[in-house]
Design a protein around this ligand. Structure first.
Ligand SMILES: C[S@@+](CC[C@H](N)C(=O)[O-])C[C@H]1O[C@@H](n2cnc3c(N)ncnc32)[C@H](O)[C@@H]1O
Length: 223
């Protein structure tokens, strides 16, 4: 957990860093290009207008590779930081007809039911505690079409480190769920959470340093 001058509000944290965000990620995410390219791996090359929900889309780093696989994809990007969304929209101006941005928290935005072929979240859910993540995963599952996939790229830590971070977090965090505090989980916790939210065929698609990509499928049969 990195806290410099006390926790900052999530939107203020990213608004203040939006201009230099892409360079920061390039310098700090291990295997940066490989990681972001791999996010699009479960999406087959298609000219269809598939529907993708990107939660915490930020400046849209993952969209570059998603558009290479599905150039006509319809993207709904949700992000609490207005400045990050402004950069995304400027970057993908030529795709503006395909992109809808929603400037609010994914914790209280209604994703709808059975709408999306894919839901992605990249480097954004490591701020959430276990119960919040579980209910978010259930809502993601509900928003997917049957057989649709959820792709999550995020930081993971060892089980021991997860315990330490949660202890620190519980001390600091008795205020508001939207502060910027990092509490990545370990691989086992991530897989357990995805299973308990109704995903099957859970796969660890990529792992390098502290970054990992998980994929879960909404069952083709059932509710
Ligand atoms: C580290 S950035 C990741 C951005 C992009 N997905 C990427 O990988 O480059 C995290 C993003 O999640 C957004 N975010 C964090 N908490 C959020 C919330 N509760 N609702 C919506 N967006 C949130 C931040 O504003 C930020 O843009």
């Amino acid at each position: 957990m990195v806290i410099t001058e006390g926790p900052e509000k999530m939107d203020e944290f990213f608004n203040a860093r939006a201009e230099t965000y892409d360079q920061h990620m390039d310098a700090n995410v291990e295997d940066f290009q490989k990681f972001y390219r791999k996010i699009s791996h479960p999406i087959p090359k298609t000219s269809q207008e598939i529907k993708i929900l990107d939660l915490g889309c930020g400046t849209g780093l993952e969209l570059e590779y998603i558009f290479q696989k599905a150039p006509r994809a319809r993207i709904t990007g949700v992000d609490i930081s207005e400045k990050m969304l402004e950069i995304l929209l400027a970057k993908y101006r030529e795709k503006s007809q395909q992109i809808t941005v929603v400037n609010r928290s994914y914790l209280d935005f209604d994703f709808g039911a059975g709408l999306y072929d894919y839901v992605v979240s990249v480097m954004t859910f490591h701020h959430l505690d276990y119960d919040t993540k579980k209910s978010l995963y259930e809502r993601i599952n509900y928003s997917l079409k049957k057989g649709g996939k959820y792709i999550e790229g995020d930081y993971v830590v060892s089980k021991a480190r997860e315990g330490e971070l949660l202890t620190e977090y519980n001390e600091i965090k008795k205020r508001d769920s939207l502060y910027h505090l990092d509490i990545p989980f370990c691989r086992e916790t991530q897989e357990k959470l995805l299973r308990s939210a109704g995903f099957n065929k859970i796969q660890l698609l990529f792992s390098s340093g502290e970054s990992a990509i998980f994929v879960g499928e909404k069952p083709k049969e059932g509710p």
